[in-house]
Design a protein around this ligand. Structure first.
Ligand code: ATP
Length: 981
């Protein structure tokens, strides 16, 4: 391997692109002072990664970039490329030619390239690590450095030997290992600190976590048993309700039929009583007629007696005549009867058809009324269902509000903590708002509706501490003695008062206690309420957007004129919740009122139905009794007709016998007499019949009244039973509602899902006992911190992780110690071996170069090979020098060169760059130096920067560097012949 060429551009004085091609053996670079020769050495060391700007002879890293000259502008970057011939694969890379390049920009950025591929400096250092070429090694010797090897302290000299011994890479690895060890120890300490801190937290956290775990387990167990018990109870309750409802329906049905019966009784009693009155009236009438007839009979009887007295004298009495008269009397009587009966039949038939018409009408009316009844009853049932639903919602919402469910958790925790008392309430609960203003006040308050009003800032502090200690979030407090009222200035108020749409200042439309005046004015005293967004905009414009304006439907024109609007959700909005609750309560009341009205209607209808049914019943009874009368009268009429026929036949026979008998005055009178007698008899019969009818009617009425009384008392008992059952059903319903509510609230579960997923598998009494026991156990666990479970898991995982890390770090520490020991052993062996070899070679080379004399290398601390310095002893022949410093300049250089060659003998390097190392030598010594160089011709490439002509003679190739153009180095060719002449 050898350095084939150096390509420079922008590096120090090499402002132009310059390429120096070197030969494989001895190369010389010559040129006047300051022409840029040493810059070539700097360039090589720079590419190999030299970072010390001092050793590159600059003050800052960008000093290596061409800084301009009188005629040239500065350049922005510097680049150097070294091209190595690697045909012998000295560098461990599969290329015959290896180029390494470094570029630096004025920004200070530096880039490295290996065979034109971007790479890291480390890649280059690693590639050259074992090659004998590196920026530290003895084969690149800058100007004036050769003597430093002798003048340096014994300790500093060590690095040259280390480089030659090839231990630098081990040293580097050891340093890296030591750094890692240091970092590992720091990490172990840090981890130990964290572990011991975690240990102090872990134990209490463990306890808390166990408590929380136990709490959750108990809760879960409670949930399983309680839900199954609840669903079991609900199931039983609904069964009980069903049974009771069936019973209620049964009783209701019975009561309905009983009340129909009862009304029938009533109707019948009334009918019978009316009939009785009629009969009594008829009796009275008949009695009047009877009196009249009796008078008439007495009158006729007197006349008959007078006539009979007269006939005694005429002796015209005859038995036949008297029989005819008797038969005629009978016939007359029968005709009268038949006429009466016809009259009765006629009247009753007319009455019957009238009643049947009425009956039809009544039946239709009852049917219509029943339809109305069912319709209203359905409405009542629906209302009842709606009422139950609303009641549940109202209870739920009331509980939500009372339990502060909708408030932020922080506020809720304060309000629900009995130990914290020094607060009034949240602002939303301290005001009363009319329904129509609920939305605008809610929007006006915004989040402030949940601000908690306290007496003093100290009260607020106590609660903030509580929230902080328990990590319960944040809350805003309004101390009564601190908060100042805010208002709209009078002038503005006067201006806007008359603008269309202005309603009022928000604080004026809410009610509150005087104590809270400052708080309410602070929040609402400077907010204007308007009808709508148009009036809000116009008022805001008038007052130059100086006050916040809120419309009735909750749109906001903010101070400054921005507008907030859109739909409003009720989430966490206490005022709107209160407003909704009021609405529901109103709805509930309206339903109750509507039900009352409907119930009144239904009562009226049912009364009407009852009375119509009574009427119907009466009519039906009348129809029956009239039919009976007609039938009876017809039978009687038939009997009379038969009698009449018989008498007519008998009369015909007698009249034939008594043809001659003249009809006298007496006969006429007798006819009248008998007719009147007949009439009287009829009326007496009729009175007797009517009295019987009266008697029977009175008995029927008494019987009906007894029945009705009995039925009423039975109905009363049934109604009591019904009330009791209704009470039962209500109690069960309440119990069931309570369970359903708890299911929803405590377990967020519907009955359907509870019954489907939770079955009571143990005896219900045992289950109840278990629920009580678990609840007692839960109460006994104080201050449950559920978060502790996760926290403990997280902390213990971290604790375990850190412990395993600690173990890993201890292992790493052990490994690093082993590596360091290994490195030390290798370095000691290599260093000692190389030192020994160099020592032998140095003695030999010194003698050869000086032509005699003595030289020796010794270790300052042979027992401490890793740190020992190296002493050089050199005594040229014939001299007796005690110290190196007593050597002449040339002797010193020559001794150092001896050491250089000794090292090259022990550890040959591919190339060697020497900047005027021989400057101090006289020609004879330069000659020896040159000859010695030649010995290495085949092993090592030399690049010699020199002013010595003698040295130049040994070079195979010679380059000249000049600075023709002021400030820029140029490469010129030098003819060897000219030198050697
Ligand atoms: P000598 O024979 O005296 O040792 P030399 O040939 O080795 O001289 P160098 O030391 O290599 O000379 O070069 C020094 C020259 O490089 C100086 O003229 C200096 O101005 C120039 N130089 C150094 N850095 C820069 C830079 N960044 N830009 C321009 N020129 C620079």
């Amino acid at each position: 391997m050898y350095l084939k060429s150096i390509k420079a551009y922008g590096f120090k004085s090499f402002a132009d692109k310059t390429e120096i091609n070197f030969g494989q053996n001895i190369n010389g670079i010559v040129g006047p002072n300051g022409s840029g020769k040493s810059n070539v050495v700097d360039a090589v060391r720079w590419v190999l990664g030299e970072q010390s700007i001092k050793s590159l002879r600059g003050d800052s890293s960008v000093d290596i970039i061409f800084s301009g000259s009188k005629s040239r502008k500065p350049l922005n970057s510097a680049s150097i490329t070294l091209v190595f011939d690697n045909s012998d694969r000295h560098l461990p890379i599969n290329y015959t030619e290896v180029s390494i390049k470094r570029i630096m920009y004025r920004s200070g950025e530096s880039e490295f390239f290996l065979n034109n591929e971007n790479c890291r400096l480390k890649d280059i250092t690693n590639l050259f690590a074992d090659s004998g070429v590196d920026k530290e090694s003895f084969n690149i010797i800058s100007q004036g450095k050769i003597d430093e090897i002798l003048s340096a302290k014994a300790d500093d000299r060590r690095s040259v030997f280390e480089s030659a011994a090839g231990v630098l890479k081990y040293k580097k690895r050891k340093i890296e290992a030591l750094k890692k060890l240091d970092r590992t120890n720091t990490n172990i300490e840090r981890i130990n600190d964290i572990i011991s801190e975690l240990e102090t937290n872990l134990e209490p956290l463990k306890r808390q976590s166990e408590d929380a775990q136990k709490y959750l387990e108990l809760k879960e167990k409670l949930k399983n048993i309680e839900i199954s018990l609840m669903s079991h109870d609900i199931n039983n309750y609904s069964y009980e309700i069903k049974i009771t409802e069936d019973k209620i329906n049964e009783i209701n049905d019975e009561l309905t039929s009983l009340s129909i019966n009862n009304s029938n009784y009533d109707i019948e009693i009334i009918t019978k009583k009316e009939e009785l009155i009629k009969v009594e009236n008829k009796i009275t009438e008949n009695q009047h007629q009877l009196v009249e007839l009796t008078k008439n009979i007495e009158k006729i009887d007197a006349n008959v007696r007078i006539l009979k007295e007269r006939e005694k004298y005429t002796k015209k009495t005859n038995e036949v005549s008297s029989n005819i008269i008797k038969l005629k009397e009978d016939l007359l009587k029968l005709n009268n009867n038949i006429d009466n009966l016809n009259l009765i039949i006629d009247n009753n038939t007319k009455q019957l058809s009238k009643l049947e018409r009425e009956k039809n009408i009544l039946e239709k009316e009852i049917e219509e009324l029943n339809k109305d009844y069912n319709k209203i009853n359905n409405s009542i049932q629906k209302n009842n269902r709606d009422l139950t639903d609303l009641k549940y919602k109202i209870d739920y919402q009331e509980r939500t509000i009372n339990n502060n469910e909708s408030l932020p958790p922080s506020i809720k925790n304060i309000l629900n903590n009995p130990r914290l008392k020094n607060y009034h309430n949240v602002i939303a609960k301290l005001i009363e708002v009319d329904d129509k203003y609920a939305t605008c006040i809610s929007m006006s308050l915004g989040n402030a509706s949940n601000y908690l009003v306290v007496n003093t800032p100290n009260d607020a502090k106590e609660m903030i501490k509580y929230l902080k200690d328990n990590k319960l979030g944040r809350a805003t407090f309004y101390p009564l003695d601190t908060i100042k009222p805010r208002a709209i200035d009078e002038q503005t108020l006067n201006t806007i008062k008359n603008i269309k749409g202005f309603i009022n200042v928000a604080s004026n439309i809410v009610k509150y206690q005087k104590t809270y005046e400052n708080i309410i004015l602070n929040q609402l005293g400077n907010i204007i309420i308007t009808e709508d967004i148009e009036s809000a905009n116009s008022i805001s414009k008038t007052i130059n957007n100086r006050y916040k304006i809120v419309t009735l439907d909750g749109q906001i024109v903010n101070v400054g004129g921005s507008i907030t609007g859109g739909s409003i959700t009720n989430k966490n909005n206490l005022i709107n919740e209160k407003y909704e609750l009021d609405n529901k309560k109103r709805e509930y009341q309206e339903l109750i009122n509507s039900n009352k009205k409907l119930e009144q209607e239904i009562t009226n209808i049912s009364k009407t139905i009852t009375s119509k049914e009574k009427e119907l019943h009466e009519i039906t009874n009348s129809i029956i009794s009239i039919n009976n009368i007609i039938k009876k009268t017809n039978t009687e009429k038939e009997d009379n007709n038969n009698n009449k026929d018989n008498i007519a036949r008998e009369l015909k026979d007698l009249e034939a016998i008594n043809k001659d008998k003249s009809k006298g005055e007496l006969e006429k009178l007798l006819n009248t007499y008998y007719a009147t007698i007949n009439n009287k008899n009829d009326i007496e019969n009729s009175i007797e019949l009517l009295n019987k009818e009266k008697q029977s009617l009175s008995e029927t009425i008494t019987e009906l009244e007894t029945n009705s009384k009995q039925s009423n008392s039975y109905i009363n008992n049934k109604e009591k039973e019904l009330n009791k059952l209704n009470l039962n059903i209500n109690t069960i319903n309440i119990k069931m509602d309570n369970l359903l509510m708890r299911l929803t609230e405590e377990y967020n579960m519907t009955y359907e899902s509870a019954i489907n997923n939770y079955k009571l598998e143990i005896d219900e009494n045992i289950a109840r006992e278990q629920v009580n026991n678990i609840k007692d156990n839960i109460k006994r666990i104080d201050n449950v911190n559920i978060g502790a479970i996760e926290e403990y898991k997280r902390v213990s995982e971290r604790y375990n992780f850190l412990n395993s890390q600690k173990e890993d770090l201890h292992n790493a520490e052990q490994t690093l110690m082993e590596i360091i020991n290994e490195m030390d052993t290798i370095m000691q062996e290599k260093f000692l071996k190389t030192f020994e070899e160099i020592r032998v070679e140095f003695k030999k080379v010194f003698k050869e170069l000086f032509g005699g004399g003595e030289a020796e290398l010794t270790l300052t601390e042979p027992d401490n090979i890793l740190e020992t310095g190296i002493d050089i002893k050199a005594v040229p022949s014939g001299k007796n020098l005690k110290s190196l410093s007593l050597l002449s300049g040339g002797e010193k250089t020559f001794t150092a060169i001896s050491l250089l060659f000794a090292i090259l003998n022990v550890r040959p390097v591919p190339f060697c760059l020497l900047d005027e190392v021989e400057a101090a030598l006289d020609d004879a010594n330069v000659e020896s130096f040159g000859k010695y160089l030649e010995k290495y011709r085949d092993k090592t490439q030399f690049i010699l920067i020199t002013h010595k002509k003698k040295t130049m003679e040994f070079a195979d190739i010679l380059y000249g560097i000049t600075m023709q153009e002021s400030g820029v180095s140029k490469l010129v060719s030098v003819r060897l012949e000219d030198i050697k002449k």
